[in-house]
Design a protein around this ligand. Structure first.
Ligand code: ADP
Length: 215
């Protein structure tokens, strides 16, 4: 059983690492960003409600996102564990999560990447419109239009990855993340990983933490 929480600034590699851990451990990858983006794309009432906030790089309300996560964690596939990516993002969300599972069951990893490195990374980040994989393109590729190496879909710039919104999202992170990190830091299941390392080394560090925590 592994209840894993990944924390870190936008662009630190949370999404990629969460997908890898989920597949290795056969537990669901629960990304609040992906859930909200799917709702926006499908034009559901939730999507309509959150579209403007997301486009501006702000945070959707704690109550709304917490209800969404609580529902998702009640699904059968989350009973054996999960990798949470994008939640909790505020102290109030962290407190709410403690009521959904035993607080000492969480393995929390902070993926550290300096802000300057993130702004660079986001400029080359693309998301496939078919399979949803996030990947990096070379610096010369300016716009949308390359094909996904996995499924042949179109690699698109995420609408909230434009430089202004990235700066706004980083500012939002700087305001809200510290209390979340301090909430978990004293716990035995907390650790930090250097997100500037090669993605495979980051995965190896995460797996080592999971192995230690679930022995
Ligand atoms: P990032 O790359 O910034 O980590 P995500 O894909 O996790 O982005 O989330 C995209 C957007 O969805 C956020 O900028 C925010 O508007 C909204 N969002 C996702 N998770 C949460 C959350 N836990 N609380 C509030 N808003 C959220």
């Amino acid at each position: 059983m592994a209840n894993i929480i990944l924390i870190g600034p936008p662009g630190c590699g949370k999404g990629t690492q969460a997908a890898r851990l989920a597949s290795r451990l056969s537990i669901p990858h629960i990304s609040t960003g992906d859930i909200l983006r799917a709702a926006v794309k499908a034009g559901t009432p939730l999507g309509v409600q959150v579209a403007a906030i997301m486009a501006a790089g702000g945070l959707v309300g704690d109550g709304l996102i917490t209800d969404l996560v609580r529902d998702r964690l009640l699904a059968d596939d989350a009973a054996r564990g999960f990798v949470l990516d994008g939640y909790p993002r505020t102290a109030s969300q962290a407190a709410a999560l403690d009521t959904m599972r035993a607080p000492d069951s969480f393995l929390v990893v902070l993926i550290q990447v300096p802000h300057e490195a993130i702004v660079k990374r986001m400029a080359s980040r693309r998301v496939c419109d078919e399979c949803g994989m996030t990947q990096s393109v070379s610096h010369e590729s300016k716009a949308d239009g390359e094909s996904c190496p996995y499924c042949g879909g179109n690699l698109m710039i995420r609408p909230d990855d434009n430089p202004d919104t990235v700066r706004r999202r980083l500012a939002t992170y700087a305001e809200t993340a510290t209390p979340v990190i301090e909430f978990y830091r004293p716990r035995i299941g907390f650790t930090e990983v250097n997100g500037l390392q090669h993605a495979d080394r980051v995965t190896a560090s995460l797996m080592a933490h999971v192995d230690r925590g679930t022995l």
